[in-house]
Every structure is written in structure tokens, then in C-alpha cells.
Design a protein around this ligand. Sequence first.
Ligand SMILES: [Zn+2]
Length: 323
Amino acid sequence: MDGMHDVVMAFLQEDVPPRGVALNVLPGIRRVVAENPGVMTYHGTNTYLIDEADGITVVDPGPDSAKHVQDVLAAAGGKPIRRLVLTHTHGDHCGAVPELSERTGAPVYAYRECIHPGIRPDFPLEDGSRLAGFTALHTPGHAADHLCYEYYAENGQKILFSGDHVMSWSSSIVSPPDGDMLDYYRSLERLLARDDDVYLSGHGPLLTEPRVLVADLLSHRQYRERTILAALEERDWAVAALAAQLYNKPDLFLKGAAQRNVLAHILKLEAEGMVEEHEPDTEPHPDTVAMMRPLEGVRTESGGDLSHFYTDSLRRFGLRRAV
Ligand SMILES: [Zn+2]
């Protein structure tokens, strides 16, 4: 989310993809890019269609959009859609589930404890679960219910559907309490130990040599953690002020994302015994005031309200004093 230091991230860019049509990704795998572009979603959410002997598996049906559902059905052609598989239950991935499952009768596969109250998987998955050629890996961090899926393409390449845990175009937001930085580190380390050829992520193009990016993401977070610790060595900081100091984002949503990431880092450091929480600030930072205005009435990606963003922005932390 920020390029303020000397680790050059191996992120990929792509032109705005054609809308409403299935794009070839790999033999037997296509994607339809939903029309929900944004600072958090790039050109939109990738909905993957995978050809199986019995029909089509859809990975991440996408946002709540009748147009997108129509596009996915059209992309399936005459073939039946047999299953809807979710990497996690943020709205831009699962919003289309009710309509698509009603139109197709296809069962829903997702982690056994979904964070979205509206999603009840027909097939609750856990780490190691197998379905139709896919093996689930529980990779919490971006979302507590995040799964990646191992899959072998028709050409023999070892694929990982990496969802929003690792995206080809940008780093992921880790927003507590659903997002957890300690889990995120562990889930990245888990991917580093694997030998996947290609990642197909929730947003952005196909990623080859994926472990180069995973290693970058990890070192980027470690760098960020060091800068947060260094700032806390100087004095105590409230979350909003520290995020403004370290990230300097012009966009209001990115300011909000920076605050969430800073809080996630600090809570990790607190869990590791290095940081402690003090009395919160009483006045909101100007960034928080500006940020909350357009967020009024907006729900989180998993359907909750955002009032905790305000109280979290006031939370103040310092280095833990030796007793
Ligand atoms: Zn997403």
C-alpha cells in the first residue's frame, strides 16, 4: 500500500480488462473481472471459472451485482455451474453468492466459520479439506476465514488461488479484529515454504514466481514494524497520528487503510510483549474526522458497522516499560 522505502515490490500492473467477458488465464481456467474498481479492489474482483469433468467450478462469485452474475452465467455458456468456492467472505467476493446459488443451485464452499453473517456454506471447509481437485489452505491474516486453494491446471502447473492473502497488484489491508497481523505473517511464511508455479489472486493479473513477491511482502511488513517501533521509542503515539506520520496518504480510504494496518502492527507488537496501551486521545486526528465523514452509514466488507474505526484511531500506545 505504500512505496516509501527501499524494498522494490514485485507488483504487477495491467490495463483495464475488457468488461463482461471471460478472459483466458490458463488452460481450463478463465476469469471475469467484476466492475467494482477502486483503491482497494484495483480493476475489480476476479471471478474464476474452472472447467471440470462435471461442469464449472466458480472461485469467488464476486460482488453483489446483477450485471456481474449475468456475465458469469454468460461466460459459463451452456455448461452447468457445479460449485461456488470462496476464498473469504468479504463483500466483494461473496456478494454475488445468494443470486448465483439461486440461479444455478450450486452449493457454497467456504471456511467453516464465516465472518460474513449472510454466508452459510453448504460445505464448511477447514485446512486440508479437498473438493473437486482443490485443496484448501487456511491462511488467516487479511480475513480470519481466508482460504487459499491448491490446484493443478490442465498443463500441469501448480496453481494457488491466493484470494486477497497475496494479490499481484498491491499489498493487502489487515484490519483488526477480523484481520490479524501475527496470523498474516504466519500465513505468508507458510506460502514461502511451498513450491507453487503461479498464483491467481482475487485482484490483478496472473502472478508467476510468486515467492519473490511473498518474500517482498514479508520484508515490507518487517520494515514497517521496525519504523513503528522506532517511532514508539521516541514517544507514545495514537493510531491516527502515527499512521499520518508514517504513510502520508492523500486518499481518504487509503488514510483509513493505513490506520487499520498501523493498528494491526501495534496489536501484534502488544501480543509479543513489546508494546502497551495507554489512555486514548480525547480529540480525533483531522485525518480521522475527514475519513469518517464519507464512511457514515457504510458497512465493513463483512457487513459490520465502522464505528470502531473512530475509537480505534484514538487508541494510544507506548513501548512496554520493563518492570
Ligand atoms: Zn477482495
